[in-house]
Design a protein around this ligand. Structure first.
Ligand code: B1M
Length: 210
């Protein structure tokens, strides 16, 4: 069945197999969120566990991520609603020192899916770049992602830069990523915390309806 093939394909880093199987799964009538939550995200979690136990190394994680990204590209249009007027703009980036972007990309896609325009600043984004992007794009929301315990503290530096440059009040700040907790979010003065991409999307949807 396609979901098993997608799961195995990501773990093996077989990009072509993942792309083909995601297409088959969609043709078979599976929803994008079913494919995502029941095969793709669990595959990345399994790779992480293998890395922790020393059963795989950075190169395997890299090729698994490449396969995941290729599959996500096929899913992207199916995660997004058509013909929705942007409810607002969110800028988003992975914080300085951190190059993990799969979760951030997923958040972007889901947020676009609920009608928001997303400006993706990429990875390894410095506090100064966040501030410059607020000035340039005048977003309603600023999103930060961090996957490393060592880089989540850079979220605090970004909050400080927003305050010091006088733009903090112009944006609602949402934070997330594996090591980030609700308590940490409150501690650094963020407005919102999301455990996962769908929670981020539903919180922004609530914001657009407020
Ligand atoms: Co890295 N890595 N990695 N890695 N990597 C982790 C995070 C790790 C937990 C693995 C492990 O030890 N088990 C560990 C961190 C340990 C820690 O800090 N506690 C780790 C490490 C140590 C490292 C390196 C230091 C390894 C090394 O070089 N020795 C290095 C650091 C590089 C750097 O950033 N400077 C490194 C490198 C890499 C790769 C480049 C090989 C690759 C990244 C490829 C890429 O992203 N393009 C990689 C990968 C793939 C992982 C794991 C296996 C998978 C991450 C992932 O994509 N998950 C990861 C282990 C794991 O998480 N199980 C691991 C799937 C994704 C959908 O989930 O990103 O959590 P996630 O996003 C979720 C939520 O967190 C949330 O929503 C998303 C979707 O639901 N979310 C938000 C995320 N951002 C949000 C923002 C929001 C709201 C919600 O609002 C704005």
């Amino acid at each position: 069945m396609e979901l098993d093939e997608i799961y195995e394909g990501i773990i093996a880093g077989d990009m072509n197999a993942v792309v083909e199987e995601v297409k088959f799964a969609l043709e078979d009538g599976r929803t994008a969120s079913d494919i995502l939550n029941n095969s793709m995200v669990p595959a990345m979690t399994a790779i992480g566990k293998q890395f922790e136990t020393g059963d795989c190394f950075v190169p395997e994680m890299l090729i698994a991520s490449r396969a995941m990204k290729a599959g996500l590209a096929v899913l992207r249009p199916h995660l997004q609603a058509a013909d929705v007027k942007p409810a607002g703009t969110m800028i988003i980036g992975t914080v300085q020192g951190d190059i993990h972007d799969i979760g951030k990309n997923l958040v972007s896609m889901m947020v676009e899916g609920v009608g928001w325009q997303v400006v993706d600043l990429g990875v390894n984004v410095t506090p100064q770049q966040f501030v410059a992007a607020v000035r340039e794009h005048k977003p309603r929301v600023l999103g930060m992602s961090a996957l490393l315990t060592t880089t989540q503290s850079n979220m605090r530096a970004i909050m400080q830069a927003l305050n010091e440059s006088g733009v903090r009040d112009q944006v609602t700040v949402i934070v997330g990523g594996a090591p980030v907790t609700e308590r940490f979010a409150q501690d650094i003065g963020a407005d919102l915390y999301a455990l996962d991409a769908s929670s981020a999307a539903s919180q922004l949807l609530a914001l657009s309806n407020a």
